[in-house]
Design a binder for this molecule. Structure first.
Ligand code: PMP
Length: 416
């Protein structure tokens, strides 16, 4: 480990929880220098929905590289971008008549969140943003301002202003936050100005797998429409098929004004981030939000292949089977074994909540035992008390079953 501890900054994080050196991976299996194999229930925090090194996507990238396809071109028109846009329109936008323009942002999720907030301010000529307690939107100053975690916020070193945090539905505050938002917008003594935007994750992943009910999301969308506030949906982690539909908000029947996508949009773990903008809000002037790496050409190629996979019936059938399998295992087997744990989730993102178990570090302990037993899972939520289950969508059911066996054994060992 010494080259890492000697040379790499103290800021490194996931490597502390998963202390091995990873060399190669295929599908849901990761091989490490220790000779161990791990089942991956973490999937690059949602960047590997198609698993590691998916053969179909990899072939297309190799063909592109071998043809000396353009690799970098700022935001000039390229064949790779053209194909991606055609495919994105036909497989995602046209399927539900989504009225979105596509903005290519800098390479990671936080870049697209920044663009969304900036655009909402430009459209509305207002400054403030409402965000939710438990939220995670990224680490650069704008997205950090709407991220609730104190540990991350204090690292900013400057005040993170112009944001009002609202309780997320179902959390410990136990208030009807739709009524609360409505009230503060109408109360001329609330002291809170009408915001440019409300930013929401329909499922908070880093926040502990908290799920906003469909009717609640509908009501939120309605408030935004009524008060001419832009609704930004951050689908960075739970978009791209994670919840069963391509966007996480589809079941709620809403069409957010701005949608942020990243992580698995490229399908191969390559950096790529998009902002989807309802046409009437595409008020950018040319080059007003610029950057060198906006449109990773290899990611366009990978993303085109990934969308082809996503839109195939067998693929969606597999996701649906895997989702039912996880739901059954967790809701029937796990909860019966351990009445003090709670499980919640949707599609292929689930959380096992240990917060009712008196020992604070329980979830960490389970994560660490899982790792020594060959399973990668991460902890999220308040005080990291929720073990997050996030396997690749493509995982084989036999491997999924093995992963849950390791998880059950590790909980048994950790909980005694
Ligand atoms: N939004 C959400 C919901 C996320 O989960 C993340 C990353 N975990 C981000 C934004 C930031 O993305 P990135 O780390 O790629 O900047």
């Amino acid at each position: 480990m010494s080259i890492f501890t000697d040379v790499e900054s103290n800021v490194r994080s996931y490597c502390r929880a998963f202390p091995d050196t990873f060399l190669s991976a295929k599908g849901s299996i990761v091989n490490a220098v220790s000779g161990k194999q791990y089942i991956d229930f973490f999937a690059g925090a949602g960047a590997l929905n198609y698993g590691h090194n998916h053969e179909y996507i990899k072939r297309r990238m190799i063909e592109y590289l071998e043809s000396d396809g353009i690799i970098h071109s700022l935001d000039m028109y390229t064949g790779a971008k053209e194909q991606f846009l055609h495919t994105f329109r036909s497989t995602i936008l046209d399927k539900k008549s989504y009225p979105y323009k596509v903005q290519f942002c800098g390479p990671t999720g936080t870049n697209a969140v920044e663009a969304a907030i900036k655009l909402a301010r430009k459209v509305t000529k207002r400054v403030g943003v409402f965000a939710f307690m438990g939220s995670f939107h990224g680490m650069s100053l704008g997205s950090l301002s709407v991220t609730s975690n104190h540990y991350h916020r204090q690292a900013a070193g400057i005040p993170l202003s112009n944001v009002t945090f609202i309780p997320y539905p179902g959390d410990t505050y136990d208030i009807n936050s739709i009524d609360y938002i409505e009230k503060i917008l109408q109360d001329d003594h609330s002291g809170i100005e009408k915001p440019a935007a409300i930013i929401i994750e329909p499922i908070q992943a880093e926040g502990g797998i908290n799920i906003a009910p469909n009717n609640w999301l509908k009501a939120l969308s309605e408030i935004c429409r009524k008060h001419e506030i832009l609704l930004i949906c951050d689908d960075v982690q739970v978009g791209c098929g994670r919840t069963g539909s391509f966007f996480s908000f589809e079941d709620a029947g809403i069409v957010p004004d701005l949608v942020v996508l990243s992580k698995s949009i490229s399908g191969y773990g390559l950096p790529m981030a998009l902002l989807l903008i309802k046409e009437q809000y595409d008020v950018w002037n040319p080059g007003e939000h610029n950057g060198t790496f906006r449109g990773n050409q290899l990611a366009f190629v990978a993303a085109t292949a990934a969308l082809e996979l996503w839109s195939s019936k067998p693929f969606q059938q597999k996701v649906s089977e895997n989702s039912s399998f996880i739901k059954t295992v967790l809701e029937k087997d796990f909860v019966n074994l351990y009445p003090n744990i709670h499980v919640r989730g949707k599609g292929m993102i689930w959380g096992i909540d240990f917060s009712e178990i008196p020992i604070t570090e329980k979830a960490y302990e389970v994560r660490d035992i899982c790792f020594s037993n060959g399973l990668i899972v991460e902890c999220v939520g308040r005080q990291d008390k929720v073990v997050k289950i996030l396997p690749p969508l493509t995982i084989e059911q036999e491997i999924l079953r093995q992963g849950f066996e390791i998880l059950a054994d590790s909980i048994a060992m950790g909980i005694k």
